[in-house]
Design a protein around this ligand. Structure first.
Ligand code: WT7
Length: 630
């Protein structure tokens, strides 16, 4: 492509960034992957360690249940740790961590491997075996990645529940995964306050009966209830002689499950997305290496939470697979002041910062003086993920944080895709608001209702038309839903649930969700879950939730509620219902406003027409009312 003739607002990468990059020439790489997809991924996979080599890179015979590196034996935890401790990277920092109160902890690859081994031995001694599910519910502390890697080491399937979720969300996820072990902490610091995670977990465990052992990390020191015979302190277990420094590693089939991660869908309960040891490992390793151009001397910071896919792939697995130094920060970006992030970049010499548009917009509000007080010259690359980034925020990030010299990697992907799908490389020209093009080897398209590619600048359904190694394998326990949800609208194409456009240069512009999934501050929530939390309150008969544009959050939740007959609306009821949602699901799901109504617009078959509510709230005429009941 004649990159010099790109249209619109274009930012060209600085020469030294291109010279430094693992992939200087996107076009050659994309062409190679196009010509030989299996060869492209096999070459990357060969940079990692396999106990036994695979027989076939890609098996499409059971599609859409694609299989990758069939017959290969490996373990992702081996590749994250043991592969490096066998080399000079042994004493390199794997993980650096700063607590909200300013404490600092770090782990070399050697030390991290030791902690993981010790904890893996504890899990084994509690009877956790290959294939067992373990729920992890913690704040952003080093024990969270340690617990994930310990599970992977012994072949247990981890299911991390974001620490910002609360009682019902946690109970539902424990119950669906039938976890026997829960790993949590006494509490988590967030904006100077303590979130009582153990107390929330205790309440959730009354609703989910499968858990036999609860392992509790002491973080805050606040008093917690420890149930005899069930609850054990992590630090006490880790001091036992059985927590030896080495631990036999489980040999995993490439297709063996690595983790479940619950995410919100269009309807009903959250679904458990299943990822595997082999393909997920190759996908996250390769994408991080090329997109954030990981080199040995780098200090890389992904500011997401390990409880979401971004943290799984790009705080924990991707960086460690690449032998990088991954930095993790416990608390809020503005605690105690809006300089917190910038001061840590200066203090630790961070080279790569990967965050979400909502965080950028939030920090932008405080003005340039905060970042300008710090030396941010260590930064080389910036990243964005979670929702479309508005050009204004992009330009601020580029100019004020990146000083005009750091390309922004706007990465589009999903819990389901496991890895970056539409993403720039450091060497490609950027347009603010576009993630540029699909990763080499990934083919994507934009279809109209009939499954035909739309024209230039036309909006349509974003689909993926090639398999990729880190793709989800199924929805845990619900393969039918996997097929129906993702693979049935268009034959042979994976439906992302997003709408997008493509411009004359072939650059993709993702617009947003076209289903009942909301992105609130980059967090993915289902309207159905928020509604079900509302309906679980004794005063509520029916509820509908919608997202409306919000300057910082991207979308904010607004809810409509029909009260049960005989219930009188009173002044405190709106507040009570909002708090009820926060208690059941989590503060991130708390509606901004609740409006009490007598009826909701529905289809003749009784489905709530949220788009009608949304159009009315925005003062627009709702389109196509033919299915509306009255
Ligand atoms: C949805 C997936 C994958 C990491 C975090 C989110 C939206 C994600 C972008 C981006 C525009 C984006 C999409 C997608 N999204 N990244 N760079 N530009 N939209 O994972 O919670 O599974 O959400 O996030 O709508 O479908 P997730």
């Amino acid at each position: 492509m004649a990159e010099s003739k790109l249209t619109g607002d274009v930012f060209y990468p600085p020469e030294e960034i291109i010279r430094h990059a693992h992939a200087r020439d996107w076009g050659t790489m994309a062409a190679a992957a196009e010509k030989d997809l299996e060869g492209f991924w096999a070459k990357e996979a060969n940079e990692l360690h396999w106990f036994e080599h695979w027989e076939k890179v890609l098996d499409e015979s059971k599609k859409p249940f694609y299989q990758w590196f069939v017959g290969g034996k490996t373990n992702i935890a081996y590749n994250c740790l043991d592969r490096h401790t066998a080399t000079a990277r042994r004493n390199k920092l794997a993980l650096m961590w700063e607590g909200e109160k300013g404490e600092f902890r770090s782990f070399s690859y050697f030390a991290l491997r030791r902690e993981v081994c010790r904890f893996a031995n504890i899990l084994r001694s509690l009877g956790v075996q290959k294939g067992d599910r373990v729920t992890i519910y913690m704040g952003r502390i080093p024990e969270l990645p340690i617990a994930m890697l310990a599970c992977a080491r012994i072949g247990a399937i981890h299911s991390v529940v974001y620490g910002g979720f609360t009682v019902e969300a946690l109970a539902e996820r424990i119950d669906d995964s039938q976890s026997k072990v829960l790993i949590t902490c006494d509490g988590a610091y967030q904006r100077g306050k303590v979130v009582p995670l153990k107390q929330i977990a205790d309440e959730a465990l009354q609703r989910a009966a499968t858990v036999e052992s609860v392992l509790v990390v002491r973080r805050t020191g606040e008093p917690v209830n420890m149930e005899q015979g069930r609850d054990m302190w992590y630090h006490e277990l880790m001091a036992l002689p059985i927590a030896g420094n080495s631990c036999h590693i489980e040999t995993m089939d490439a297709e063996d499950p690595l983790f479940l991660l619950y995410t919100s869908g269009t309807t009903g309960k959250p679904k458990a997305i299943l990822h595997t040891h082999g393909g997920y490992m190759v996908g996250t390793y390769t994408t991080l290496k090329y997109v954030f151009d990981i080199h040995d001397a780098d200090r890389y910071w992904c500011a997401a939470d390990p409880g979401w896919i971004t943290g799984h792939s790009y705080i924990v697995y991707g960086p460690l697979l690449n032998g990088a130094t991954s930095f993790m920060y416990e608390g809020a970006p503005t605690y105690p002041y809006p300089n917190r992030w910038w001061s840590m970049i200066e203090k630790y010499g961070i080279n790569i910062l990967y965050t979400a548009p909502t965080a950028i917009r939030g920090l932008m509000r405080f003005g340039e003086a905060w970042p300008n007080r710090y030396d941010l010259s260590s930064l080389r690359l910036l990243g964005s993920v979670g929702e479309p980034i508005n050009p204004e925020a992009w330009k601020w990030y580029h100019r004020v944080i990146g000083k005009g010299k750091c390309p922004i990697m706007d990465t589009w992907w999903q819990t389901e895709t496991g890895m970056f799908m539409i993403t720039p490389f450091p060497s490609v020209p950027l347009k603010p608001g576009s993630g540029t093009r699909p990763f080499p080897g990934v083919k994507m398209d934009i279809y109209n209702e009939e499954g035909k590619p739309v024209g230039i600048d036309e909006e349509g359904f974003l689909v993926i038309t090639t398999p990729w190694p880190a793709m989800m394998r199924t929805i845990y326990k619900d393969p039918e839903r996997y097929v129906n949800q993702y693979w049935s609208k268009y034959p042979g194409a994976y439906l992302t649930g997003d709408s997008a456009k493509r411009d004359v240069d072939g650059y993709f512009w993702v617009i947003g969700r076209v289903d009942d999934v909301l992105k609130v501050s980059g967090y993915r929530l289902g309207t159905a879950e928020i509604e079900s939390a509302l309906v679980s309150h004794p005063a509520v008969a029916e509820a509908a939730a919608i997202g409306l544009p919000h300057e910082v959050k991207g979308n904010a939740i607004h809810a409509y509620v029909i009260l049960k007959t005989g219930i009188e609306k009173h002044d405190r009821l709106e507040e009570e219902l909002r708090n009820h949602v926060a208690h059941e699901m989590g503060p991130i799901a708390k509606p901004e406003t609740i409006q009490f109504v007598d009826s909701l617009p529905k289809t003749r078959s009784g489905k709530i027409m949220r788009r009608v509510l949304k159009a009315r709230a925005l003062g627009q005429e709702p389109k196509d009312l033919s299915t509306l009941e009255e």
